[in-house]
Design a protein around this ligand. Structure first.
Ligand SMILES: NC(=O)c1ccc[n+]([C@@H]2O[C@H](COP(=O)([O-])OP(=O)(O)OC[C@H]3O[C@@H](n4cnc5c(N)ncnc54)[C@H](O)[C@@H]3O)[C@@H](O)[C@H]2O)c1
Length: 247
């Protein structure tokens, strides 16, 4: 479904992003996998290269919150693979403190990575996508960007911003044949979820109409759909992948 496409995936070293990288590679794409540290990026690149060939994979660990670093990475990907067709903005962090305990720096960090880095990625790839006659950006939102959550205001605030950025940018870039969408996962079995107390995960699963949390592969399938020509007229959408969760 992605034969000869070139994709950049932030937060591609584990969890949802790694599942997306695997699925895109399996479907014929060349993939730049991004993470926060050299070791984790090298590890992900090594395991993906074993399965899909080192020539189809590149690893980067730019500071996503610094525009110049992201721009440099995008230029390098274009040089290495010849073009940029797809950007998946997936790197994200969370914190659940109530507001009195919420460290203002933690709030800033969440906004920097979950929102500013998404802006940086979009800004850096748009010139290459325009040059290429089109492209596709997929941002990772969250189910909490529907109704918010009870504690940890920064995370839902950041994901509401992701939805706003996604929808607005889809309007701005439609005329260039650049589609901009978001995937909004529900609770998905990744490290982020493993870090939550087990009883919280069980309580959440019991409240999901489908009775379970999602798997990274199930979320990755939605990224594949949106990245592919199957979604050629889909732009400005936020696709819920949450087992019908009532948030
Ligand atoms: N897992 C869930 O239940 C769930 C639900 C809804 C939305 N999401 C969203 O999905 C995305 C991926 O979540 P996940 O659960 O796979 O996360 P994860 O914690 O398993 O992986 C996060 C990824 O982001 C990267 N990352 C973290 N901090 C970074 C930084 N400062 N700079 C660059 N990269 C950094 C990591 O290297 C890693 O590859 C996030 O945007 C998250 O908000 C996850």
């Amino acid at each position: 479904m992605l034969k000869n496409k070139v994709a950049i995936i932030t937060g591609g070293t584990r969890g949802i992003g790694y599942a997306v990288a695997e699925l895109f590679l399996k479907n014929g794409a060349k993939v730049a996998v991004l993470g926060s540290r050299a070791e984790t990026v090298d590890k992900a690149v090594a395991s993906l290269s074993e399965k899909f060939g080192a020539e189809n994979i590149a690893g980067y660990y730019p500071d996503l919150t610094e525009y110049s670093a992201v721009e440099e990475m995008a230029k390098d990907v274009k040089e290495k693979f010849g073009k940029i067709d797809i950007l998946v903005n997936n790197a994200g962090i969370s914190a659940r403190e109530p507001i009195e305990a919420y460290d203002p720096d933690a709030f800033k960090n969440i906004m920097d990575l979950n929102v500013t880095a998404v802006f940086n990625g979009c800004k850096a790839v748009v010139p290459f996508m325009k040059e290429n006659g089109g492209g596709c950006i997929i941002n990772t939102s969250s189910m909490v960007a529907k109704e918010g959550q009870v504690s940890g205001v920064g995370y839902p605030a950041s994901k509401f911003a992701v939805n706003g950025l996604t929808i607005s940018l889809s309007r701005e870039l439609g005329k260039y044949n650049i589609r901009v969408n978001a995937v909004a996962p529900g609770v998905t079995r990744t490290d982020m979820v493993a870090a939550l107390p087990e009883e919280m995960v069980a309580r959440v699963a019991a409240n999901i109409p489908m009775g379970r949390v999602g798997e990274p592969s199930e979320v990755a399938n939605c990224f594949l759909f949106l990245a592919s020509d199957m979604a050629s007229y889909v732009s400005g959408a936020v696709l819920n992948v949450d087992g019908a969760t009532i948030n």
